[in-house]
Design a protein. Sequence first.
Length: 365
Amino acid sequence: MGSVRLEHVFKKYDSNIVVNDVNLNINDKEFVVLVGPSGCGKSTTLRMIAGLEDISQGTIFIDDSAVNDVPPKDRDIAMVFQNYALYPHMSVYENLAFGLKMRKYSKDEIQERVQQASVILGIKEMLERKPKALSGGQRQRVALGRAIVRKPKVFLFDEPLSNLDANLRVQMRTEISRLHKQIETTMIYVTHDQIEAMSMGDRIVVMHKGIVQQVDTPLTIYNNPVNKFVAGFIGSPTMNFFDGKLLLQDSLAFEASTKYFSLPIRSEIVQRFMPIVNSEVSLGIRPEHISAKPQNSHSQIVNVNVVVTEPVGNEIFIYFTIGQAVEQYVCRIPSDMQPQTGRAFDLYFDVSKLHFFDKTTGAAL
């Protein structure tokens, strides 16, 4: 078993609270990703689970046993770091075997585990090489292998792919996901890259300023963010936000504070918003829900000014303004459409995909 539980965990440096009352349950064999901007407390949380940082307050359990006072070497965890941390004077085989030798495993057991890990990771032909003779991706595989041979209850990953180039990152993402399915061990993975989080995790933990904002499956977080921060952080390009009011005239509509456009609220959800008519709100809509052609019966036309077009292969990102306002927004359209920079252009907003947030608290409405 490899379940992990955090109960009211804090980390403070003097008066600075880095991790603020984190409560989290991670199930056995689950792949959970901690994601958030730099300085949000995700790596500190991981290091507290590993025992590399002391806990200021709260309790961490591994398999229902409190480990606050258990040293890292006795927690039955293995950690993969950003910088690989390989011994340069040792061969790949010796790097993989080193931890097992320190734990007094027999030669036969060490050889069996190293061979098994090298086959799983596709590095069997590299066992005699030194780290300097390996590529970045191969070194990362060795770092993974060193964790695998331990057969721990829990794997901890601290931004392990951030030193790799873009193509290698994609490849290693799939390797780690495949590895999780193959060895069926609990994995906790830290990244600031929300694409990594969305593509790898069974569940995502979104953190901001030391506080857990939302814990759920990638799709639930994407489609139903609990607040404006989560909505803006998850998704690339980021969600567009417009400030305005909900006004009731002939029907309920959102009117932008710039007065340059308004969007109707679907009749089936009008009652939900009646208590906050005339209140200031933030409207959010993802770039893929703004199109160059009507997507469905919920599409509403908005005239925009094209500022910049950014071709990205099969799509074009259009950065635009509305009316005389200076704020820029973004949408994505098929690459066979080429709106001209500096010209007016009609876009269609899918009002069935609108998100609304409290202007003051940022909470989803």
